[in-house]
Ligand binder design. Sequence first.
Ligand code: ATP
Ligand code: MG
Length: 807
Amino acid sequence: MSVVGIDVGFQNCYIAVARSGGIETIANEYSDRCTPACVSLASKNRMIGNAAKSQIITNFKNTVHGFKKFHGRAFDDPFVQAEKPKLPYSLHKLANGNTGIKVRYLDEDKAFTVEQITGMLLTKLKETSESALKKPVVDCVISVPSFFTDAERRSVFDATQIAGLNCLRLINDTTAVALAYGIYKQDLPTPEERPRNVVFVDMGHSSFQVSITAFNKGKLKVLATAFDLYLGGRNFDETLVDYFCEEFKGKYKLNVRDNPRALLRLHQECEKLKKLMSANSSDLPLNIECFMNDIDVSSRMNRMQFEDMCAQYLMRVEMPLKAALEQSKLSRDDIYGVEIVGGATRMPAIKERIAKFFGKDISTTLNADEAVARGCALQCAILSPAFKVREFSITDVVPFPITLRWKSPTEDGLGECEVFSKNHAAPFSKVITFHKKEPFDLEAFYSCPQELPYPDHRIGRFSVHNVVPQPDGDSSKVKVKVRVNVHGIFSVSSASLIEKQKGEGEDMQIDSEPLVQNEGRAEEQEGASGEKQDPAAGGSKPKVKVKSIDLPIVANNIRQLDSDVLTNFVEYERQMIIQDKLVKELNDAKNAVEEYVYDLRDKLCGMYEKYVTEEDSNRLTLMLEDTENWLYEDGEDQPKQVYEEKLEGLKRLGQPIQDRHREHEDRPRAFEELGKKLQLYMKFVDCYKQKDERYLHLVAEEMNTVEKCVNESMGWMNSKMNAQSKLAITQDPAVKVADIIAKIQELEDVCNPVINRPKPTVEEAPEVNDQNSGAHNGPTAKQGAEGKGDAKGSQQTKPGTKEMEVD
Ligand code: ATP
Ligand code: MG
């Protein structure tokens, strides 16, 4: 089971994985821990991440970035409409009214949904995790902004499914950061003590999020969250872009906004300049060569000037901080620390404002870029039975209050109840009891449209079917379970019809219960206790045996992909993955030909020169030249097999030269080794023949075999050396290194068992001095030194044996 956490940012994505050593942020194939949230579509394949980012300017119409906030939004959504003119690629209204992204892919015009685009990005992140973990990755935890509404969360969740991931939790960015902060803290207050309240501030490229979280040992509870949906690093880039567009209009008469490529380049340069200004308060240059119409442009800017220009944005930093503090009902003195993450919090002006608001130094102990991904991986580890981590309970909040409405026999004909108040604990489920005679609908919606960062406050309609009156004609009691799940997604999850109980005449009542989390891991939610304060909570239920019948629920108007559409997208993503793989293999095959041509051509004039006749060399050089030309002409676009055959053809001529070179280099060493072995064994034979008392125990017949083998091998070696010496260096060798190694092995197999025969041990008397014991034993040809034929200096002498020196 994989344990992976993914921070899908507006601009940057990070992956953290759990390995035996702990949580680790991993790098992609470019050795980059950050993978740009960028997808580029082309005529043969897709590029995703770093490869896509490098296409932003060259293939701007088909390179999609900045799409995270289109999740769950209709094309007509004011947010989408406001973004549209800023994008170098086109948006498109899909048949269902959703936002489509129009690109040219495989030489066709295509409109992808945002779920598909994020699905592509997640495919890439999945592959990166798989290559780091060297196993398939399915289970993961993915971060979303805490202000994402139901539709946005459902849309991201669909994207995870398109990528074939099993998302165990969509966790809020700031909650992930809180987990990454808290889980390693050894000094948190005990549950009986006052909690430690920490503020987490995350300003990324597109938005600004704040949370206040209370920590006790083993648990965290989010108290409040606040945000500015429209405040992030990109506002500061855009301010600079606006400024320089104006300046270049006057100074160089350039209308940058008319030229998408120039505008994109200016964006990139302005972002770089912005980052430089974070570290440097002096005047800094902005130079772009050949910017537009062959004109080089240059200008200057310093931090003070920049901050003045951005005053309108800097002013907005305080509001979410204030809102979060107010909601948490804490005072500044109750705040233990302020932790900041997210790239844009590196701007000194942002840091200053946060510090000033809380009246204390801000802390940057967390990794500003990677904390969210690390928190996600930690949450995944907690949820995974395959991984053992410290128990840590997480209670998040419902960011926007949720109300249910239904038809009721009251005056206005409608019943209504706020089922989740703002900052209610989440995940959480509640049971609501209705008294109904017929099927009914529950309309779920966000209670406060004015504070919702989304234009439609409706969540969906949930129809409870099969409701019938009691046999006596009275209303039936229907228990409906509503929940905000681990992903922060609302649903009416189940309903059941209960036989009527005496003395219960109310129209509706709410029972609450903590939600049992994923995979049977029950997490007692903090909300369970807060729950009891709920006036409608049915705490005093009489224990009567009741019959309960499950009722079907049909959800309508939920902003989520239909299951058949989702299935098609999953299949299409799989096809695109296969297509990318085929293109990669084709490119690899083509590159292999190109590399071989360059490599062999170089070596033919270098290290291989003496191993090939001039005639052959000329012929081969010509062939390499032809191949090189072919690659840029007819061979530009060929099937993989053609490249493979081309490479084979070249190798048929190149390989023998390469082999001759290698054989020539390695042969002396191999012969030397064989020679040493032969010397070693001959010495044994000689000593044995001279009746050296150390070898008296060796068997005569066997020693004859050794001698015979040594002589035979010696003859073989001499004949091969002789044959080889008669050959020119440009000819194939008379003997291969592999044959010599085989000969050594053969020699060892015959001789070693004979000469290593241990001397029969004599029962030693206790008074015999250990020092002398070595003298009783024969020499050993040692394992470790065998291959080298070097009996000297080996450390492998066993106690009680003595080494024989042969040199
Ligand atoms: P979001 O959280 O909005 O989805 P994200 O997670 O992709 O976006 P981050 O990676 O946290 O965003 O931050 C990226 C932003 O931080 C960019 O605007 C980038 O220019 C900015 N940034 C990074 N380093 C610096 C720096 N040294 N000074 C100023 N800004 C910086
Ligand atoms: Mg982020």
